[in-house]
Design a protein around this ligand. Structure first.
Ligand code: PMP
Length: 407
C-alpha cells in the first residue's frame, strides 16, 4: 500500500521503542494482546483527568458527560461492525464474557434436554467450556465439526451434523492458533435455512478485517478490546435486537432494572438489561478511540499489510531447517504457528525472548486443535499492521540460531 507510512504508524505506538536486554523489541504476540497507540492512551488520560464519573445516574455535569461519551463509544462500535442499531451493541468485559452472556441469556432459556449445539474443533476454550457447562446442566449434547490437516473446517461434515434437534451453532471467525479464516457467512446461511441461530467468536477477526454483522447475518458476534488496539477489561457482544429482547439477563444488579420491589423486578430495555452494575466506563471510551484509530489507518490497509507480513514470514521460515508450519489453510490471517524438530516450543520462546522477540508458546487455549493435529504445543508468531519485514528478518535470524544450538 503506497499510502501506508509504516514509520508514522510505528511512532504512534510508544511501547515499540522498548529495548529488551538491549535488543529492540520485536512484538509478535499480537493475537494474545495487541499494543495501544498514543491516541487511545491519550483518550484514557483525558477521560480520567476531565470526564470521570459514574454513568446513568447523575444530574451533574461530569455524570452527564461520562454517560454521553460512553454512549457515543457504543455508536462508534455500532458503525464499525455495521449493526442496525446501537442497542444491539452490549459492552462486556471481553469475548469470554460475551459468550458466557449468550450461554446464560439465550442457552439456559432456549436449549433443553436432548437438544444439540454444534461447535468446531477449532474453537477457543472460551467457546467450548460455557457450552459444556450448559450441556451438563440441561442434558444437551455438543457436536463438533472436524478440520483437515491444514486446519480448515470440513464444511460437508459441518452440514451433516444438523438435524431436528440442532438448536445452536457456535463458530470462530478466525482461528487464534492457526490463522484459518472460516467461511462463516455460508455456514450461517446453512444454519438459518434450518432455523438455527449462530454465534460468531470474532476475537481474531475484528482486529484484522472489515466485519459487517448485517452482511454476515450472524445472530451474535463477540470480540475483545485488547486485541484491537484498545484496553483490557472491555469487549463487545453484538446481538440481533429481537433475540436480545427475548433473552434473560445474565447478571443482576443496578442499571439493568426499571423497577425493583421485593415482590417483583422489571428489567431494563436492551442494551442496559445486559449491563448490570458500573461498567468499565474508561475502557469502553478507550475502545471507541481504538476504533477511530483503526479506521484512520484503514481496515483494508491493515489487512493487506498483515498479509504481506504473513507471506514474507511464511516464505522465510520455510527455509529454516527442521521447521514445520502448523496451520496451512488457503485463507489465513497473520498467524504463523510452527514447530522446530527436536526443540521444545518453550525453549524456542525463551531463546527468542533473549533476542527481544516476543512470541507465544503452548496450546493457545485450543487443546482440541493440538490433539487433532498431534502437536503438544506450538510456537506462534502473530503479526499486526505495525510490524515490519525487518522485524521478520530479526525473528528468522534468531530462530536460525535456536535451531543451530539444538542440532
Ligand atoms: N476467542 C478467540 C478466538 C481468542 O483468540 C480469544 C483470546 N485469546 C478469546 C476468544 C478470549 O478472549 P478474551 O480472553 O479477551 O475473553
Amino acid at each position: 500500500d503506497l499510502m501506508f507510512d509504516i514509520e508514522k504508524v510505528r511512532a504512534d505506538f510508544p511501547i515499540l521503542k522498548l529495548q529488551i536486554d538491549g535488543k529492540p523489541l520485536v512484538y509478535f504476540d499480537n493475537a494474545a494482546s495487541c499494543q495501544m497507540p498514543q491516541p487511545v492512551i491519550d483518550r484514557l488520560v483525558r477521560y480520567q483527568t476531565t470526564q470521570h464519573a459514574n454513568i446513568n445516574r447523575g444530574v451533574h455535569y461530569l455524570s452527564e458527560t461520562a454517560t454521553a461519551e460512553y454512549e457515543e463509544s457504543r455508536r462508534k462500535l455500532q458503525r464499525f461492525i455495521n449493526a442496525r442499531e446501537d442497542r444491539e451493541v452490549i459492552f462486556t468485559s471481553g469475548t469470554t464474557d460475551a459468550i458466557n452472556l449468550v450461554m446464560h441469556g439465550y442457552g439456559r432459556k432456549f436449549i433443553g434436554a436432548g437438544d444439540e449445539i454444534i461447535l468446531t474443533t477449532l474453537e477457543h476454550h472460551s467457546n467450548i467450556v460455557p457450552w459444556q457447562m450448559l450441556a451438563e446442566e440441561k442434558g444437551a449434547k455438543i457436536r463438533v465439526a472436524p478440520i483437515n490437516d491444514a486446519g480448515e473446517l470440513l464444511i460437508d461434515e459441518y452440514e451433516k451434523l444438523f438435524n431436528e434437534r440442532t438448536k445452536f451453532v457456535g463458530v470462530m471467525h478466525v482461528s487464534n492458533a492457526l490463522g484459518t479464516i472460516n467461511p462463516v457467512k455460508s455456514m450461517i446461511a446453512f444454519a438459518h435455512a434450518r432455523g438455527v441461530p449462530v454465534l460468531i467468536d470474532g476475537a481474531q477477526a475484528v482486529p484484522h478485517m472489515k466485519v459487517d454483522v448485517q452482511d454476515l447475518d450472524c445472530d451474535f458476534y463477540a470480540f475483545s478490546g485488547h486485541k484491537m488496539c484498545g484496553p483490557t477489561g472491555i469487549g463487545i457482544l453484538y446481538g440481533k435486537a429481537e433475540l436480545l429482547e427475548r433473552m434473560q439477563p445474565f447478571k443482576g444488579g443496578g442499571d439493568m432494572i426499571l423497577s425493583v420491589t421485593f415482590e417483583k423486578t422489571t428489567y431494563n430495555t436492551i442494551p442496559h438489561k445486559f449491563e448490570a452494575g458500573t461498567p468499565p466506563i474508561a475502557a469502553a471510551i478507550g475502545l471507541g478511540a481504538a476504533v477511530d484509530y483503526l479506521l484512520s489507518v484503514g481496515m483494508d490497509t491493515i489487512a493487506s499489510q498483515e498479509l504481506d507480513l504473513l507471506n514474507y514470514a511464511t516464505e522465510q521460515i520455510s527455509r529454516v531447517p527442521g521447521v514445520r508450519i502448523i496451520g496451512t489453510a488457503a485463507m489465513k490471517t497473520a498467524v504463523l504457528s510452527f514447530e522446530v524438530k527436536g526443540v521444545h516450543p518453550h525453549d524456542i520462546g525463551t531463546l527468542l525472548n533473549q533476542d527481544g522477540v516476543a512470541v507465544r508458546t503452548g496450546h493457545h487455549c485450543v487443546q482440541p486443535v493440538m490433539l487433532r493435529l498431534k502437536v503438544p504445543a506450538t510456537t506462534r508468531a502473530s503479526f499486526a499492521f505495525y510490524n515490519t519485514l525487518t522485524e521478520v528478518d530479526s525473528f528468522i535470524a534468531s530462530l536460525r540460531t535456536v535451531q543451530k544450538i539444538f542440532t
